[in-house]
Design a protein around this ligand. Structure first.
Ligand code: F7E
Length: 326
């Protein structure tokens, strides 16, 4: 019998890539959305799987709806991606962010514990939980956590609840501490996609600048399509554990600009960038660089797509998308 997977946040970047992976492996994929009739499924459509993902209505702020979804889908694996994931917005909507990311995860954990206790559960934890904390300039599973945004704090709560339910009840619940992962399916509000979209618009004469905040932040950027493989592998192990998933290399926003403008033959991008205070955060994370040795050793996972290949893939995709059809 086919395995059943339940993915919350299925319409997002990771939901789309994971759905494609699981469908390829023969799973029945159930994707939770707020409202089936009005869900924006462009990412599933891009991957040509929109008609193969079975949508179910559910809401992380509604315990009863989660119980209904878990009972109806009888999942073997649950992946919790639904979240308010834009860090910058979390200062404005800290209560809603906590309601969804922290208490929402807890509601889902309870629904799985009570109605599908044999299911394996994946919690989307994040490198944002580290803040500026590091061990020898990198972060791994042992690095102390010191979140620097309401978003990161909400994710920290969900992370520890997942660990606590595993330890309290012996359930197969894991957390993946994922560093930034990008793709052409990334939302336009995140810096990588904002840059590749802007670069494509500049090349095509549709825009003359990109407005950005701090260019100094350093991030460990990997390809989302690689990272969903690690999530799946975590749930196939004999023992539930938490893993850091990262590339182990870090770049500044400036480096990303270098690489993206290079793709359209521009070396000096400074005239095309407007520094805009609105995109600066009250507090930012300065440098993230993950050490994923544990995942490489136990899961046999490693990233396949390099930073340069990732930037190229995203710029090319945005150029294709924005070029008028003949
Ligand atoms: O910012 C700087 C910004 O919004 C990256 C989420 O998926 O990854 C993501 O969080 C850096 C920051 O991603 C702009 O200040 C400069 O230092 O692309 P981002 P993020 O905050 O790192 C983690 C792992 C998650 O879990 C999150 O859910 O870029 N930056 N200028 C800018 N960022 C944005 N968005 N827009 C700018 O104009």
């Amino acid at each position: 019998m086919a395995k059943s997977a339940l993915i919350t946040g299925v319409a997002g970047q990771d939901g789309a890539y994971l759905s494609a992976l699981l469908l390829e492996k023969g799973y029945d994929v159930h994707g939770m959305v707020h409202d089936k009739k009005h869900a924006d499924l462009w990412r599933l459509e891009e991957l040509q799987i929109a008609d193969r993902v079975q949508l179910v209505d559910g809401d992380l702020t509604d315990q009863k709806s989660l119980e209904r979804v878990v009972k109806a889908t009888e999942p073997d694996e649950v992946y919790n991606f639904a979240a308010r994931s834009f860090v910058a917005a979390s200062w404005q909507d800290s209560v809603l962010t906590s309601e969804v990311n922290a208490l929402g995860a807890l509601r889902l954990l309870n629904a799985v514990k009570d109605h599908a206790p044999k299911a394996r559960y994946y919690q989307a934890s994040t490198s944002e939980m580290y803040g500026n904390s590091h061990s020898d300039n990198m972060q791994d599973e042992t690095t102390p956590l010191h979140p620097r945004s309401p978003y990161a704090i909400s994710k920290l709560f969900a992370h520890w609840m997942t660990v606590n339910y595993r330890e309290s009840y012996g359930l197969f619940f894991c957390s993946g501490i994922l560093f930034n992962h990008e793709s052409p399916l990334r939302g336009i509000e995140f810096v990588t996609r904002k840059i590749t979209d802007g670069v494509a618009r500049i090349k095509l004469g549709l825009a003359d600048h990109i407005a950005l905040g701090s260019l100094d932040a350093e991030r460990d950027w990997g390809f989302a399509g690689d990272y969903v493989k690690a999530m799946w592998l975590m749930l196939q192990q004999d023992e539930a554990q938490d893993f850091v998933i990262s590339t182990g290399t870090t770049h500044t926003v400036r480096d990303f600009l270098d690489a993206a403008f290079q793709e359209i033959g521009i070396d000096n991008w400074k005239p095309y960038i407007q520094q805009d205070e609105r995109y600066r955060r009250p507090l930012d994370v300065e440098r993230l660089c993950g050490k994923s040795d544990k995942a490489q050793k136990i899961l046999g996972w490693k990233p396949e797509v390099s930073f340069e290949a990732l930037v190229r893939m995203m710029v090319e995709w945005d150029l294709r998308r924005l070029t008028p059809k003949a």
